[in-house]
Each structure stands twice: as C-alpha cells, then as structure tokens.
Design a protein around this ligand. Structure first.
Ligand code: SF4
Length: 659
C-alpha cells in the first residue's frame, strides 16, 4: 500500500492506496487516525477518467491541436520571453495552486521571481488570506497556532463561520471528543448548520454582523472582569484601546444588529470565559467579507482577553484545500517570500537570491489574484500561466473574469482536466494527478507530510514539478536541473532553519514534520517585542445592501461530497450519486410567499447574473438564500474585496423566484 495525502480539504488525511486496484483505505496514524470522509474514500475514481487531459494541446484558430512536450514548452518559453522584452516582466502573471505539492508551488514562485516579477499568487487569496493578515498583525505569524490533537484537551470550542461537519468532516471527530471531555461547544453562523447539531450554543446571526457579536462578547468579558489580567499585562499590548472600542457594543445593541438575544450573548460570554481554555476555529464565513480581516481580529481579541493561546488555547483558521497552507508557506503569494517573509526583508531576500544563483529578487508587491482581471482589461497583464486553478469558475463575478481571459495574448493552463478556464487557453498542458507523483504537502496545522506515488501518470501527463523544471530550463533560469522531486524538497528545506538539519528520508518515514514547530506562541509571540496585539475594530457593514429589487441575502457554502469548482468531484461517479442534484436553500416562509415547493426550479439573481437551481425548503432565516458554490454560484457573487484581496463571497443582495 502507498501512503498518499488526500487531494481535497486542508485537514490532510492520509489515504492508503493499493497500486494494483487503486482502492483506498484510511491510514491509522496521524492526523486522520483511521478516518476518512466520502471525498477521500473515493479520491482515486477520477484518476483513470477518460476526461483527463491526455497530451499537450495548442490553439490553432478555434481548435486545440496535439503538440509534443518539447515544442509546447519551447513555444511557451519563447512567447514569455518576447512579452518580457516588449512590456517588461510585470506584464506576465503566474497562478500557483493550493492543490499541488510544496515542491511545485516552490518551483512556480521561483520561476516568477527569477523571471523578474512578484506576480505570483494562489487561491489562498480567495479564502484565508484575511486570516494571514489578521494573525500576522495580532500574533506575528499568519498560520494556525496549535495542532488538532490539542482540540479535545480544551474546555471550550468556539466555531465561527465554519461548518466542519461538511467542510472538514474528520475535524468533527476532534470536536466531538472535546465535547465528550466536557467542553462547551459554541457555534456561530448565519443558518443552522450540521455542525450545530453538536453545539451547546447555536448562535444564528444576521449575515455580515460578526464584528458586532464578537465586540459584544468582548464587552461583557471586560465589563464583568472575566478576562485574564495576568496574561494581558505580561503578554499583550493594546488592551485599553479595545476596552474603549467595545464599550458601545452592549448586548442589547448586539441583539438589535445580530438578532441573537442579549441574554444568550451574556450566557455565552460567561461560559466561554469561565471554561479556562478554548479553541477558536473559523472558516470562510468570517474571511469572505469586505470586513474579513477585521472579523478575524475581533475574534482573536476574544482569545487574547482570556489568554487562550499556547497550552490554554489555539487559533484555528481551517484551510480549505489540501495544500493551501503549503502553497502560501512556499512563497506562492504576491506579497511574501517563502515562510511569509515580507519582500522588504532584504537579508532574507538576498539569502533566497543567493540560493537561487542570482544577486537579488524583485521587491515590489505583485498583483493579487483578484486584481489580475482589471489589470488584464487595462492591458497591464498580457500573459497568464495557470497551474491547477480554475478562475473562470472560482472567482467572484466570474463573467468579468471570463471576459478578461479572452483578452490575453498568452494563456497557459496546466491541469488534470479540461476545466472551464481551459476553454480560453492558448496552450493546455496535461498534469499528473495527486497519486501519480510524489512530493510533500502541508496541512492546516502546518504538518508537512510526504505523499507517495501510487501509480504511473495516465496518458502523456507529467508531474507539475517536471513540467515546471522544463519551463525554467527553457526560460534560461539558473538551477533548473532537477532530476527528482526530492532535490526540490531538499532545496526548500534549506530556506527554513527548523528544516535545515532534517532529511527528506526523515520526512518520508514520519507522520509529518511541523513547521516551524507543533505549538506556536507558548512563551512569546512572533512580534518585534514578543507581545500579542489587541486591535480594536469597528463594525463594517457588507458592501451591497439588500433593497426592494434584491431583497434576499445570497450566501455560498460547501457540501460534504463536493470540492471547489467541481472539476474533480463532479467526475467521481460515487460522489455524484451520493450528493444528487444541487439545491438552493430557502426558508419555509419565503417559499410559501413565493409559491415555491421542495424540488421546484427557481432562479437566483444578483446584479451580476442569474442561475437556476432546484429549491430546498429548510431551516434557514427568512430572506436568506444558501447556494452551494461548486455549481457556478460565482456568476452571482460580489467582487468587492477586503484588505487582504478576498472577495465578499458570503454576502450579495439577491432576488429569488419560481421558474
Ligand atoms: Fe480527510 Fe478532508 Fe480528505 Fe475528507 S476531504 S478525507 S476530511 S482530508
């Protein structure tokens, strides 16, 4: 059996794959301890799909024609060099992937920077980049602070804008164990989620009012002196600013704005504070708002008030894709070098440059993924190289993105399937699937895990690292002589002091290596003075208000059996059977008013477009329509960005009608 990292969510389960049959069993070690969700269990179904990209293709007129690997890479490299010559390196952008390995993300960002641009980003921008910004401001590192194994030790778990029962099913095992050990489970969301079935407190708030609830909880903790004075005095700064800022967020005010009764807010504040320890977990429900960074800061303030850090608590921004943490850590972000080191850190930047055989690297921040489309429209970006991402479906207001893609002089798409984005490509390069190659991945808890190759690449596909090695060499970049993936692993190990002494063999023979270590901030924070920062935040309402024409709020969610833009899971017969037809959820009262019955077709429309989907009548608040995002829901979503460049996927004014 080969041990392979699951290609789906950021929890990082290990699958045991039989190379002869591709049958999957759960790995009994860390982190999944013998458990898998349906996606992991059926992960190999897509590998031998007849719909795989089979050979390199080049656009000739309106057709895609086969071409050899050598010719494809040579032509792409020549075109990129011509564009650099004509318009400069910043006319080219590279899009890395949260679904490919550390080595592959490392190579693509290395190509971008040696080519001369920081226009390198990945879809962390669409999900947890707000968490990175908020965590760096508050505690100095942009990542999850504690391992999963700590969750059952804590006496409370605050789950905010996060539905692990569907998005990270195996995490639920840790939460249920915490509950069995006596922890109070508090869940906050805009509708009653499956996760709430396990919660002691179910706080259903009006969409976009998270800061008001968090500040009201802080208000009570401060007014009733439930905070941890020793921790605040010795390990934090900025308490008095937060004390002042939350004064006006009384529970009564919060009840009017959020809809949660003041009495419940008081009770929850007391329970959470008196628990003595707590995990604070969040997901896209917090980050995908124009107030995404501030939402997270408001929630981090609660953990700092109570000293729920290190041994007594942890901050858990739960990552969506299997290597979103690794992609970011390897430097596939336009504002950071590997390890989230700012581009302006001259000492580190020159060290990286030396390792790569050059004098220095570009220092200007590159474009965020979400800024690319306007830059293409303006003619500032003329070439885009995409590895394993599908912005024609994953981006907010995707018709705007599709129009931009048509204007590129060069679009290269490297993927396992002909995605919707591939329709706009000038070159299509077939990449190997997750179990057809080896490499390392980093899960949400920062555990680097080795993933073994279980079978040969299908058709004429190649591992992404091999394709990128060919590209780097064709571009004439120094050091692109890799003959094995392990050589790239060893190279990125040299960038991190914690890994310098480790070997790839050690990684292969372990249940993973935590980078930089298992538990962060136990004694001091990663800020210049070692203290965490309270940062006062005020409520920022959503970008778009519902009105007479668009009276509903549209929010998007994930389903247990599907993944992102559906290109993988919608090609898995077992998952398609399991999940059935997608449905948009509305309340009973809205359904009655609009004459909609369960299973009727309905239209959901926003200012950007419309989709049709069958109706499901369920337990959601009135004037809320909940749409799974795997089925082109981003035709509807709002492109308004927060400070970290993440769109407001979770809130759009919408109209619903029976059709
Ligand atoms: Fe585990 Fe997530 Fe894969 Fe499910 S999708 S098996 S929870 S890693």
């Amino acid at each position: 059996m080969k041990r392979v990292v699951c290609p789906y969510c950021g929890f990082g389960c290990n699958l045991l794959i039989d190379p002869a049959t591709l049958k999957v069993k759960p790995y009994k070690g860390e982190p999944n301890r013998g458990k898998l969700c349906p996606k992991g269990l059926h992960a190999t179904e897509i590998v031998k799909s007849g719909e795989r990209l089979k050979r390199p293709l080049k656009r000739v007129g309106s057709s895609m024609v086969p071409i050899s690997w050598g010719v494809a890479i040579g032509e792409i490299a020549n075109r990129l060099l011509e564009i650099r010559e004509l318009y400069g390196p910043d006319a080219v952008a590279f899009l890395a992937s949260s679904k490919v390995s550390n080595e592959e993300n490392y190579l693509l960002q290395k190509i971008a920077r040696l080519f001369g641009t920081n226009n390198i980003d990945n879809c962390a921008r669409l999900c947890h980049e707000g968490s990175v910004h908020a965590l760096k401001l508050a505690v100095g590192t942009g990542t999850q602070t504690n391992p999963y194994e700590d969750i059952p030790k804590f006496k409370s778990v605050l789950i905010w804008g996060y539905n692990p029962a569907e998005t990270h099913p195996v995490v639920m095992d840790y939460i249920v164990r915490a509950k069995r050990n006596g922890a109070k489970i508090i869940a906050v969301d805009v509708r009653e989620t499956r996760t709430m079935a396990f919660a002691d407190y179910k706080l259903v708030i009006r969409p976009g009012t998270d800061i008001v609830l968090a500040n009201a909880l802080a208000h009570i903790i401060i007014e009733e002196e439930l905070y941890n004075g020793d921790f605040i005095r010795s390990r934090t700064a900025g308490f008095s600013e937060v004390r002042m800022a939350v004064k006006k967020y009384t529970p009564e005010y919060a009840e009017r704005v959020t809809g949660v009764p003041a009495e419940i807010i008081r009770e929850v504040a007391g329970e959470f504070a008196l628990a003595g320890s707590g995990a604070v977990m969040w997901g896209m429900g917090l980050t995908q708002h124009v107030s995404g960074v501030e939402n997270i800061l408001a929630v981090i303030n609660l953990a700092l008030l109570l000293g729920y850090i290190g041994e007594r608590g942890g901050l858990y921004p739960m990552r969506g894709q299997n290597n979103v943490q690794g992609a970011a850590y390897m430097g596939a972000l336009s504002e950071f070098l590997p390890g989230y080191v700012p581009l302006t850190d001259e000492k580190f930047r020159r060290r990286v440059a030396r390792l790569w055989g050059v004098g220095d690297l570009p220092t200007e921040r590159g474009l965020y993924l979400t800024e690319l489309w306007e830059a293409i429209e303006k003619g500032d970006i003329t070439a885009l190289y995409i590895v394993g991402e599908n912005p024609a479906v994953s981006e907010a207001d995707f018709m705007m993105v599709r129009n931009a893609l048509k204007k590129l002089d060069l679009l290269v798409v490297q993927d396992i399937f002909p995605t919707k984005t591939a329709r706009y490509a000038h070159y299509l390069l077939p990449a190997s699937a997750f179990c057809e190659k080896s490499g390392s991945y980093m899960n949400s808890e920062r555990r680097i895990q080795w993933s073994e190759k279980a079978c040969e690449p299908a058709y004429d596909s190649k591992p992404d690292w091999e394709i990128l090695t060919m590209l780097g060499r064709a571009l004439g970049l120094p050091g692109f002589n890799y003959t094995s993936v392990e050589e790239i692993t060893s190279e990125y190990f040299r960038l991190f002091p914690e890994l310098e002494e480790k070997s790839v063999e050690e990684l292969k023979n372990s249940d993973g290596i935590f980078l930089p270590k298992k538990r962060l901030h136990t004694w001091e924070f990663a800020t210049p003075d070692g203290k965490a920062r309270f940062i006062a935040v005020e409520w920022i309402p959503p970008w778009e208000d519902p009105d007479e024409e668009y009276p509903f709020v549209l929010t998007t969610v994930r389903l247990i059996g599907h993944y992102n833009t559906g290109e993988m899971t919608l090609r898995s017969p077992s998952l398609v059977r399991l999940m059935g037809e997608p449905k948009a959820l509305i309340s009973r009262e809205d359904a009655e008013r609009l004459g909609i019955r369960n299973g009727d077709w309905m239209e959901v429309k926003t200012r950007r477009g419309k989709i049709r989907m069958r109706a499901e009548i369920g337990n959601v608040p009135g004037k809320l329509v909940v749409v799974p995002f795997h089925f082109k829901a981003n035709r509807l979503t709002s492109p308004a960005l927060n400070k970290a460049g993440t769109p407001e996927f979770k809130f759009a004014a919408a109209r619903v009608k029976k059709i």
